[in-house]
Ligand binder design. Structure first.
Ligand code: UDP
Length: 358
């Protein structure tokens, strides 16, 4: 328990309800940071779109229409605001209650919370969950970084480097509740792919690798782009793949831990890649394109393989070398580098530095 409890109001992503999967990895990140800091005695509440659920964390549900996702917009597109924007409504709520909180933490990858920062009396920390995707966001976040030093957090150095204000970012990494992931040393001859089914995730390359190797691929994750999925099915009608849907963490790790490897095939600079550390926690090696967050996580040849980006042959070659990996080394890496305690320490230090407490 901390002897200096903080009051922290989290403002969730506004592209989906917590629990829906639409928010991607940020949903798990919010839960994990909230759970860890709450267990240390800090007061936490999460403001989120109506219908959100977050285990034992108090959620203040806000009505309104969801924001569009930045991944589906072009870099120079203007910001889009629905008439009854849930994001605007969430920040109106925050404005009204700001005196009750020490720090407010923005998890939305959107322009408005950055723009509003100078208008609030209570300090706002921003945890940015993706790399550079929008000129408008790059500009306003850059201004925030200068005006409020130390208030911008990111997950990895590769993610930070996509922004002009890379040097101003606090590196927070990420972490998971390791007790929820069971180690498995005797996998079946299966491969896993986890994530939102959306073009930036490059699922078709994993399907192509499954087809070439003949090793069945279990696919789990939110169906975000049905047309994209149908095209993959049409292009690879006889690939040995099985789509299991969007699973809970418990169900997902039951499936993943039985697999020989997780394939990570992002086309974009993945900010972190929660699924990488979830697989490692089960003792599952990660075969990933050498770009973005996964390239900072995977220890090549020790806890998986980093292969040439966008190379299906690279994936196939790495699958052939999986016997070289000791699955206990994977679990160990997750325990040493990605525990909730370590993440909680980094977040606590970040919030205290914003409040000039340390
Ligand atoms: N996930 C899940 N159920 C599934 C597949 C994935 O809950 O069936 C979660 C997974 O735990 C992870 C998130 O989806 O937290 C994907 O996050 P990641 O950081 O890998 O990518 P993002 O979606 O943020 O780009």
């Amino acid at each position: 328990m901390t002897n200096n409890p903080l009051k922290l109001l989290f403002l969730s992503t506004s592209v989906g309800q917590l629990g829906s999967g639409l928010g991607g990895g940020v949903e798990l990140t919010i839960l994990n940071i909230a759970k860890e800091l709450q267990s240390r005695g800090h007061k936490i509440a999460v403001v989120a779109p109506i219908g959100s659920v977050l285990e034992s964390i108090p959620v203040i549900e806000i009505t309104g229409d969801l924001q569009v996702t930045a991944q589906t917009q072009d870099y120079n597109d203007p910001i889009v605001m629905p008439a009854d924007s849930v994001l605007a409504n969430m920040w109106e709520y925050a404005r009204q209650v700001q005196d009750e909180w020490d720090v407010m933490v923005n998890f939305a990858y959107d322009w408005l919370p950055f723009y509003l920062t100078p208008f609030f009396k209570t300090p706002i920390a921003h945890l940015i969950s993706m790399g550079s995707l929008s000129a408008a966001l790059d500009r306003i976040a850059g201004q925030t970084a200068v005006q409020f030093p130390g208030t911008i957090g990111v997950h990895t150095a590769s993610q930070a480097k996509t922004f002009a204000f890379a040097d101003e970012c606090q590196l927070l990494g990420n972490g998971i509740d390791l007790s929820l992931y069971e180690f498995c040393n005797k996998p079946q001859s299966k491969l896993a792919w986890l994530g939102r089914i959306a073009p930036e995730k490059g699922l078709e390359d994993a399907v192509a690798a499954a087809k070439i190797t003949g090793i069945p691929l279990k696919i789990m994750g939110k169906m975000q782009d049905e047309d994209y999925w149908q095209k993959i099915c049409a292009d690879y009608p006889d690939a040995p793949v099985e789509y299991l849907g969007f699973l809970t963490t418990t169900q997902m790790q039951e499936q993943v831990r039985q697999c020989r490897a997780l394939l990570m095939t992002p086309r974009w600079v993945e900010a972190f890649g929660n699924v990488a550390i979830e697989a490692l926690a089960c003792g599952v090696p990660v075969i990933a394109y050498e770009r973005g967050g996964p390239a900072e996580i995977v220890r090549d040849g020790l806890t998986g393989f980093l292969v040439e980006p966008d190379s299906v042959n690279g994936l196939v070659g790495a699958i052939a070398r999986l016997d070289q990996i000791d699955r206990s080394a994977c679990r160990r890496q997750a325990e040493v580098e990605y525990s909730l305690a370590a993440l909680g320490d980094r977040c606590e230090d970040w919030f205290k530095s914003i409040l000039k407490l340390s």
